[in-house]
Design a protein around this ligand. Structure first.
Ligand code: ATP
Ligand code: MG
Length: 137
């Protein structure tokens, strides 16, 4: 069954949005397969966002991700990668529709509350990076 890596970013944790966000994935019908609260260091954040290392906002992005604990999760279900991105909403909260997580909770691209894998292949890479111990079967 398809899996996606979903991470509540430091602002989402600090603002107390963890329960609401988990409820949205649960209510949709997806299954929680992995969950942990973790603080990651610069090297780890750079590895997670390695594909964006040439972008001008890369340093600010890494600084954001290491600014506090994040909630790392693995969710499973039919088309969870694409549907998870729909639940999350567009990258820029100015473009994310009301009813999506970013549409409801964010106004800044650099504080957009949550990450979701953008493809099945990147989900596999991210799950292996964040959950080397594995997730439940
Ligand atoms: P994520 O990977 O975090 O789920 P995304 O896939 O919607 O987000 P990406 O293009 O992968 O978008 O960018 C990763 C993150 O980098 C964005 O979520 C956002 O926090 C930040 N970001 C992207 N573009 C910009 C930008 N132009 N200025 C500032 N921050 C940006
Ligand atoms: Mg992305």
């Amino acid at each position: 069954m398809e899996q996606s890596f979903i991470m509540i970013k430091p602002d989402g944790v600090q603002r107390g949005l963890v329960g609401d966000i988990i409820s949205r994935f649960e209510n949709k019908g997806f299954s929680l397969k992995g969950l942990k609260l973790v603080s990651v260091d610069r090297a780890f954040a750079e590895k997670h966002y390695a594909d964006l290392s040439a972008r001008p906002f890369f340093n600010a992005l890494v600084q954001y991700i290491i600014s506090g604990p994040v909630v790392a999760m693995v969710w499973e279900g039919k088309s969870v990668v694409a549907t998870g991105r729909k639940i999350i909403g567009a990258t820029n909260p100015s473009d994310s529709a009301p009813g999506t997580i970013r549409g409801d909770f964010a106004i800044e691209m650099g504080r957009n509350v949550i990450h979701g894998s953008d493809a099945v292949e990147s989900a596999a890479r991210e799950i292996a990076l964040w959950f080397p111990e594995g997730v439940v079967g």
